[in-house]
Design a protein around this ligand. Structure first.
Ligand SMILES: CCCC/C=C/CC(=O)SCCNC(=O)CCNC(=O)[C@H](O)C(C)(C)COP(=O)(O)OP(=O)(O)OC[C@H]1O[C@@H](n2cnc3c(N)ncnc32)[C@H](O)[C@@H]1OP(=O)(O)O
Length: 394
């Protein structure tokens, strides 16, 4: 009943004309503040783009836009929580508050990214020049689908072994945020092609070689911290369907999933020392607890590559399937799990995970700050340059 009121309330408040959300007085105030600062030009353009959207993006997205707006302009939510019966204000407060300590610049970037993904899926009037390249609708680096109670987030850069570039980090965060609020019961991350993911896209570091390295390292640490934070806070059962080899951050974050199903063709590899880097994804904490401390050390310090069966024996992988029947068996199982009562699953996850959340956020912050220094080291720069000049592969 409360949800029905909320939906009706949001519809009354935000749906009538194209995107009434931008008519909020507070937002208009922020628009004029934004206009005063040239460095926020993209943000301002995005605000204008929102007005031109023909298709209503729905209440969930409008709430997200509102929250990112507030975060980008005012910072973390510190206003008193509205009463339970003030459903609309509470929904807005909850969405803003859920952004936690997301930095203003990241919120601004996420706002711009979100508007850009909306613009490409909803043709804006008179804005696209004839013959100009049009972006495919929706995400650029992911394919996100939702059916049978399961939202599937598929990493989609198969020709790059699903290496995670900055765009992909942002899109995964957006997709997780949307999945946490949609009506699916389980969320799955998987890869398109023969790899699950080859980890961080090493070209993310190419800019490091050209000036302002400290700033780039700092921004990368912020991006990584927010990215991993989304996994720590994800409220529904999160399942990895590991369709092939996994490297680096795509392995470390597995410790934050609720189940990991793997093809027997997959391998699990965290070559941080080879790359002059150090563990992330909370693996410095989760891995010694999931597997024995010395096995974790072998992976995280010495870069030992595990087969799927070894990873399963160590507890990192829940179950391994023959590659020939992998997809069929895993999806049959997941569809059955998705029929379980959603609130029970969500609450059970809360009971299992909540005790650790604060600790995990602290570990994440520490790992990112250590990495920020590592990325500036000769060891790291040389390793990246060797890969990019094709002198080194894993
Ligand atoms: C900002 C947040 C930072 C978070 C930090 C996270 C840490 C990590 O994730 S560390 C792990 C980083 N990953 C790697 O070091 C993997 C590097 N890749 C490889 O060693 C090999 O590509 C491979 C063993 C994964 C696959 O080898 P294979 O011979 O089968 O295929 P390739 O021809 O090498 O790859 C095809 C194509 O894809 C490009 N590519 C693959 N992985 C990456 C990557 N991680 N970054 C950038 N590009 C990658 C590769 O260059 C090829 O591209 P071209 O076809 O254009 O040459």
């Amino acid at each position: 009943v409360a949800m029905a009121h909320l939906v009706a309330g949001l519809a009354r408040c935000w749906c009538p004309s194209p995107l009434q959300v931008i008519n909020f007085p507070v937002v208009q105030l922020h628009m004029s503040l934004m206009a005063m600062r040239a460095s926020q030009k993209d943000f301002e353009n995005a605000m204008n783009q929102v007005k031109l959207l023909k298709k209503d993006p729905g209440n969930e997205v409008k709430l997200k836009l509102y929250a990112l707006y507030k975060q980008a302009t005012e910072g973390p939510c510190n206003t008193p929580k509205p009463g339970v019966f003030d459903l609309i204000s509470k929904a807005k407060w909850d969405t803003w508050s859920a952004l936690g300590s997301l930095p203003k610049e990241t919120a601004r970037q996420n706002y711009v990214d979100l508007v850009s993904s909306l613009s490409s899926s909803s043709k804006s009037s008179g804005q696209v020049e004839p013959g100009a390249d049009r972006k495919p609708p929706g995400y650029e680096t992911l394919v996100v689908t939702s059916e049978d109670g399961i939202t599937k987030i598929m990493l989609n850069r198969p020709t790059k072994k699903n290496a995670m570039n900055r765009q992909m980090y942002h899109e995964i965060m957006l997709a997780l945020e949307a999945a946490s609020k949609d009506d699916s019961r389980i969320t799955v991350i998987t890869g398109n092609g023969d790899y699950y993911s080859s980890g961080n896209d090493l070209t993310n570091f190419t800019d490091m070689a050209s000036g302002k390295v400290e700033e780039l390292a700092k921004n990368s640490a912020i991006l990584l911290r927010n990215f991993v934070g989304c996994f720590i806070d994800f409220p529904k059962p999160l399942v990895a369907v590991v369709n092939g080899p996994a490297v680096g951050i795509s392995v470390t974050t597995l410790g934050l999933f609720d189940a990991v199903y793997s093809t027997d063709r997959a391998t699990f590899h965290t070559p941080f020392s080879h790359l002059g880097q150090s563990p992330e994804g909370c693996s410095s904490y989760t891995f010694p607890r999931i597997m024995s401390p010395s096995k974790a050390t072998e992976m995280l310090i010495f870069g030992k590559k595990l087969t799927a069966r070894e990873a399963c024996a160590q507890g990192l992988v829940t179950e391994v399937f023959p590659d020939s029947t992998f997809q069929k068996e895993v999806w049959t199982r997941l569809k059955a799990y998705a029929k379980l009562p959603p609130n029970a699953m969500r609450i059970s996850k809360e009971v299992i995970r909540n005790k650790e959340k604060e600790k995990l956020h602290a570990i994440n912050a520490e790992e990112c700050s250590v990495l920020q220094e590592r990325w500036l080291s000769d060891e790291c720069m040389n390793a990246v340059m060797n890969f990019l000049s094709r002198k080194a592969k894993l």
